[in-house]
Each structure stands twice: as C-alpha cells, then as structure tokens.
Write a protein that binds this ligand. Structure first.
Ligand code: URA
Ligand code: SF4
Length: 191
C-alpha cells in the first residue's frame, strides 16, 4: 500500500496496468475530502470526466450534485467520490472484469487512506463487485450491508436516473436513508 496521497495520485496518474491507459486522456483518480466519512463509488469516467480529470462532471454529475446537496453533502466539503476504474472505457462500455481487477488496487488504497464509515455504490458495476455478486439494485437499493466494519449501500446510478426519471423518488429515498445513517454513526460529516 502507498501511504501518502501525493504518491498515490502521482503513481495512479501514470498507471498503465490495463489497456484503458491507451485510450484515456486523463486518469480520473477521485475528488473530495480525503478525510471524508462517506465515500461514493461510481463505475468509470465518461467523456467529460476523461477530458476534465474529475469524476461525475457531466449531466449525471449535475444530478448527483443536486441530490447530494439535498442532504447537505458536497464533493468539495464532506464526501469523497471515486470510480471502479480510473480510466475511461472506450465508447463508455462497461469496464471489463480484468480492467476492474487491475484497477481495484487503487480503490483499495484510497479506501485505506480515507477510512470511510459508509460507502455508497452508484450503480450495478460497483455494487456487484463491492457488496455482493448477485446484488439487484432495483430491489436492494437503500439497504445497508456491513463488511469489515464499513457500511455499504447501493443506489441507482445518476445516468440511469437520467434515462428513467421515474426512479428519481426511489433514489431520493436512498439519500434520505443515507442522511439518517450519517447522523447516527458519523462524527463530523455535518459539522
Ligand atoms: N459515470 C460514472 O460512473 N462515473 C463518472 O465519473 C461519470 C459517469
Ligand atoms: Fe491503471 Fe486503472 Fe487506468 Fe487501468 S483503468 S490503466 S488499472 S488506472
């Protein structure tokens, strides 16, 4: 494990461990408060993220920021946001299993440095890898699962909400449950 952020960011930015390195513009390491008690994990960078080097900066990101703001969460204040893979899969295809496994070391290292109390999986890709293989987001969103002393919960991916706005109330309920859980177990997220 790498034990400083400077070194992690530097090395991750020059990673060529999988083929996604060949087509990326920027490595998207993550954004937010490195002492956050809540960590959000998406799938992988899209076009806007690849160009900007920051996660969730497109239309889905704007929706995510709005839902976060509704429960007093803010990427520039009290949470950290990362992805399963740090480089954009071509044409936004799902990251391949071997790409995810190659990249997982970076995410594990980020988790070791942040030591979050709660991890929120945004969408199926992170939920099936991090919570359980047969995770069904449509049925099991908003439920907290405990793993190694960390609570994990999945919610619908913002891009899925843009495709299917009927599901926005369900996602909003998840954010309210998250707010309640934060109030219950976190020390300084709402300071
Ligand atoms: N979708 C994701 O899963 N992550 C991003 O950073 C952007 C879009
Ligand atoms: Fe390295 Fe991850 Fe990028 Fe692959 S996706 S090159 S493992 S940082």
């Amino acid at each position: 494990m790498i034990d400083t952020w400077d070194e992690l960011i530097h090395k991750c930015n020059s990673c060529t461990s999988c083929d996604l390195a060949k087509t990326r513009t920027n490595v998207v390491v993550g954004v937010g408060n490195k002492n956050a008690e809540v960590l959000f994990i998406g799938e992988g960078p899209g076009e806007n993220e690849d160009l900007r080097g920051e996660p969730f900066v497109g239309r889905g990101g704007q929706l995510l920021d709005k839902m976060l703001a509704a429960v007093d969460l803010d990427r520039n204040k009290n949470i950290y946001i990362a992805n399963m893979v740090k480089c954009r899969p071509p044409k936004n295809r799902d990251p391949l299993p071997q790409e995810q496994e190659q990249c997982l070391g970076w995410l594990r290292n980020q988790v070791q440095l942040i030591r979050p109390k709660i991890i929120v999986c945004l969408g199926r890709v992170s939920a099936t890898r991090l919570i359980k293989k047969d995770m069904k987001i449509t049925k099991e969103h908003g439920i907290f699962f405990e793993k190694n002393g960390v609570l994990l919960m999945a919610t619908l991916h913002p891009a899925a909400l843009l495709r299917n706005p009927n599901n926005k109330p369900d996602a909003f309920q998840d954010f309210l449950k998250l707010r309640d859980k934060i109030k219950e177990i976190c020390d300084h997220t709402y300071d």
